[in-house]
Design a protein around this ligand. Structure first.
Ligand code: HEM
Length: 390
């Protein structure tokens, strides 16, 4: 980018990014990335009281137990419907998971099926995520596709506001479009409401990338696969959390200093550009001994709100820019492990796929496939007709 940048990693660095107000996200990432991810007008670009209030709404929507359970249930039903079809054979795990998550999240948000084209929406969301770290023609196509998705969401917001869309129960759509007020007392503009809806749809679909990595972890260890097939419910979370630590996804976040500062004997100036290496922090041997080893017994949890285990940011989500979607992410991943190991045993291949770190976001090469084994009593967790691959 032809500008000096200070790359940092570790606990103290994460504290600088998430523990106070010395840095801002405004002007911290190239505009193409900003447009494909959070966007202007979004919570991530707000500071102070405006951020606190908008964030409180998102934390409420994405972290309350009932809402998370409702989303996970929709995901489970959609997964069972997809893999319950006897015709379903070999599929690309990322594509299938992306489509299932898109359908589940659109239902959960409250967008009626008749107003959506799920396949097209899933493709568009995947394009935004795939192209975040790839400047060039494909990023331009992703930007066009984002613009189209935003226009569609604007039409949904307008329909809610002029009462031409029946919302039924109390859903996310209602809160964002009708009930919520920013710290200045105003409702979200139509565009900002569309952006925040997209900020739920897109990252929920992006959980498909973690699903692929967790699938790979299961494929690499038949012991864990069999363990979860037979129960051991209480160990699934540790497995999922270690997957989020080990596998690369969102490798870094940017920020700019709001004032001159001496940080660990470095004199830094206002507006200096900083990058926090999230992947480097979750692989820092000072924090995680033998960081390259997959060890689900490390006792990691997003609930600790610390500055060490930071795959989706550090500190408290209520008071910082930490991701409000971690609870959803972890619960969806736990459900996936149960679905893959129990409901209809599936083979996930190839176990020896490579994960090149040169692309952002990273993904296994060759892509990971899922092939349901032929289970006669699909949907009955206690009746397993085929054993997972050894
Ligand atoms: C798919 C896995 C996910 C990853 C890897 C991820 C990663 C992150 C990271 C690293 C941040 C911090 C950005 C910063 O510090 O500037 C963040 C923020 C955010 N994430 Fe996630 N996220 C994921 C899932 C989700 C989900 C499921 C949701 C919604 C339910 C979500 C909504 C958000 C929002 C709204 C923010 C901005 C928060 C703020 O600025 O206060 N993310 N995410």
């Amino acid at each position: 980018m032809l500008r000096p940048i200070l790359c940092m990693r570790g606990e103290e660095a994460a504290q600088l990014f998430y523990g106070g107000d010395d840095v801002t996200r405004v002007g911290s990432i190239p505009w193409t990335v900003l447009r494909l991810l959070q966007d202007k007008n979004s919570v991530q670009q707000l500071e102070g009281e405006m951020h606190r209030q908008r964030k409180a709404m998102l934390v409420h929507l994405a972290m309350n137990d009932g809402a998370v359970a409702a989303l996970v249930e929709r995901f489970r039903q959609r997964w069972l419907a997809h893999f319950g079809d006897r015709e379903t054979g070999h599929s690309d795990l990322r594509e299938v998971a992306n489509l299932i998550l898109t359908k589940a999240s659109a239902d959960w948000i409250g967008i009626p099926e008749r107003c959506r084209d799920d396949r097209r929406l899933a493709e568009s969301l995947a394009r935004m995520i795939d192209n975040t770290g790839r400047p060039g023609p494909s990023a331009c196509l992703a930007l066009i596709s984002r613009r189209r998705t935003e226009r569609w969401l604007v039409s949904i917001v307008e329909a809610v506001r002029d009462d031409s869309l029946d919302l039924g129960e109390d859903r996310v759509l209602k809160t964002i479009c009708l009930l919520y007020r920013d710290a200045d007392g105003r409702a979200l503009s139509t565009e900002a409401a569309a952006v925040e809806l997209l900020n739920l749809l897109r990252p929920i679909a992006a959980i498909s990338r973690w699903i692929v990595f967790l699938g790979l972890a299961l494929a690499r260890s038949s012991d864990w696969h069999e363990r979860f097939r037979d129960g051991h419910e209480e160990e699934i979370e540790g497995f999922v959390e270690e997957g989020r630590r080990l596998y690369p996804f969102f490798p870094f976040v940017g920020a700019r200093l709001r004032k001159d500062l001496v940080w660990r004997e470095h004199a830094l100036g206002k507006d200096d550009w900083l990058l926090l290496d999230l992947y480097g922090t979750t692989h820092d041997p000072r924090l995680f001994p033998q960081p390259a080893t997959f060890n689900p017994e490390r006792g990691l949890s997003w609930r600790n709100g610390d500055f060490r285990f930071v795959p989706q940011g550090g500190g408290r989500p209520e008071t910082s820019h930490r991701c409000p979607g971690e609870k959803i992410t972890v619960e969806i991943l736990k459900e996936t492990v149960k679905l893959v190991c129990r409901s209809r045993p599936a083979r996930i291949t190839p176990a020896d796929a490579d994960i090149p770190l040169g692309s952002i976001p990273a993904s296994p090469v060759p892509p990971i496939s899922i092939t349901p084994a032929d289970a006669a009593a699909y949907g009955q967790p206690d009746v397993i007709a085929a054993r997972p691959r050894k």
